[in-house]
Design a protein around this ligand. Structure first.
Ligand code: FE2
Length: 433
């Protein structure tokens, strides 16, 4: 074997598992693997996960916070306005420099697949050109999937239709849109129909910013589900944000959620972004604005958590750690049950991998030799602590290492603690059941 990771805890609860990688692929997953590895990593008691996946990001805007000014209100609309002020002064080099810097951050946090929307509004399509270059430059360590995103509206912007086609011709992977930002509900619905037809014709996937609003009557997700069925796009379509669903009445969602499940439409919530941006027209009570994650999951919809923004006009926070996103998702969605925390971990690993259509993803024999060793013993521990990524492996090669975090206490009789490793001894009557 080229690499063996020994005595790992896996996300499904198995412990003491050895993972052998040969020729860039996982060749063995079993306890006490007999083979020898050219390199071996001791992962005793550590969670070993497939890499993190971000289903929703804007890499053209990342790491631009504060240029040319900060978003004073922190609202979505001021963010869009600020992005408009910034765009005419952007250079191809600055798009590339920021994106590559962010990709370095991502690798250090074990985030090895990203779906990024890229704004197709500017006539130069400089950002599209730059991110296609970045996709090529990072391909050995990050799967970067690009979405043609008409930020100012596919029909509303005079260049929306033409530029989206141009971006797809240039090699952008996925068809994007923003139906709730079109002039009318009818034009929003029309844009959904047209964008799905483009995807069907070109054999592409679809990922729309859909109903990113607190308006309970913003219901383009219904049209998206219907168009998915009409055009036979099941499994290839994603509705991103879906925040209006937070505000819809329960009777309507009891019809809508089964329609989404039936159409095989993937859902993406963006907990860190949604909790900052939604409910801004409310006084109190103030809506959280995240879509109905537990209810969608219970209905069989594939739900992912995305990051949306990292240090850009829409938010000064985030930095490529999908465990931060899962942590926020668990809080906003009130998903603190043990099994629900497992689902939150899946929402930043295997669920987005499915939405992106990543091949060879996972920790099974025959999958790509990609994994992350975390200084935590389980998915719930990882979400709680957002711990160090001790080793990040891509195609069997070590591409990042993180420090083991210990607190060296100076208290008499108290040993060093890693926060997760030391367990207290409970009375026998309280044995977990
Ligand atoms: Fe977005």
């Amino acid at each position: 074997m080229d690499l063996i990771v020994r005595r790992a805890n896996l996300p499904d609860g198995r412990t003491g598992i050895d993972i052998g990688i040969k020729g860039g692929k996982i060749a063995a997953v079993e306890p006490a693997l007999k083979a020898q590895g050219a390199r071996e990593i001791d992962a005793t008691g550590c969670l070993v996960s497939p890499p993190f996946v971000d289903a929703h990001f804007h890499m053209d805007a990342t790491l631009s916070v504060g240029f040319p000014r900060y978003n004073r209100t922190g609202t979505l609309l001021e963010g869009i306005q600020l992005w408009g002020e910034m765009k005419p002064h952007m250079t191809r080099d600055w798009y590339i420099e920021r994106a590559l810097e962010y990709c370095d951050w991502a690798v250090g946090r074990g985030l090895l697949a990203i779906r990024s929307h890229v704004d197709t509004t500017d006539a130069s399509l400089l950002d599209v050109e730059a991110l296609l270059d970045v996709r090529r430059r990072v391909k050995d360590y990050i799967d970067l999937q690009l979405v043609a995103f008409p930020q100012d509206g596919y029909l509303r912007s005079p260049v929306g239709v033409k530029n989206l086609e141009r971006a797809l011709d240039m090699g952008v992977d996925v068809v994007g849109g923003i139906p709730h930002f079109e002039r009318t509900m009818a034009q929003g619905a029309e844009s959904v129909r047209l964008l799905c037809e483009i995807a069907a014709k070109r054999g592409l996937r679809v990922d729309l910013h859909c109903d990113e609003s607190d308006d309970p009557h913003s219901r383009h997700i219904e049209i998206l589900a219907a168009e998915t069925v009409r055009l036979g796009l099941q499994g290839r379509v994603t509705g991103s944000h879906l925040t209006s669903m937070h505000s819809m009445d329960n009777y309507y969602t009891s019809k809508l959620i089964p329609l989404i499940a039936e159409a095989g439409v993937h859902a993406v919530a963006n907990p860190t972004a949604n909790i900052l941006l939604m409910g801004r027209h409310d006084s109190y009570p103030k809506r959280r604005g995240m879509t109905r994650v537990p209810e969608l999951m219970a209905a069989g919809v594939n739900v992912s958590f995305g990051q949306d923004s990292a240090m850009d006009p829409w938010g000064p926070l985030n930095g490529g750690d999908m465990l931060d996103v899962a942590h926020m998702g668990a809080h906003v969605g009130q998903m603190a049950g043990h099994d629900q925390l497992q689902l939150c971990f899946k929402a930043v690993t295997e669920n987005p991998a499915r939405a992106l259509g990543l091949e060879g993803y996972g920790l099974n024999v025959g999958c790509h030799g990609d994994l992350v060793v975390l200084q935590a013993d389980s998915p719930s521990e990882a979400i709680r602590n957002r711990p160090s990524r001790l080793f990040v492996v891509r195609r069997g090669k070590l591409i990042a290492e993180g420090p083991r975090m210990d607190s060296r206490l100076s208290l008499p009789g108290r040993p060093a603690t890693t926060d997760f490793a030391r367990k207290t001894k409970a009375p026998a009557a309280l044995k977990p059941r």
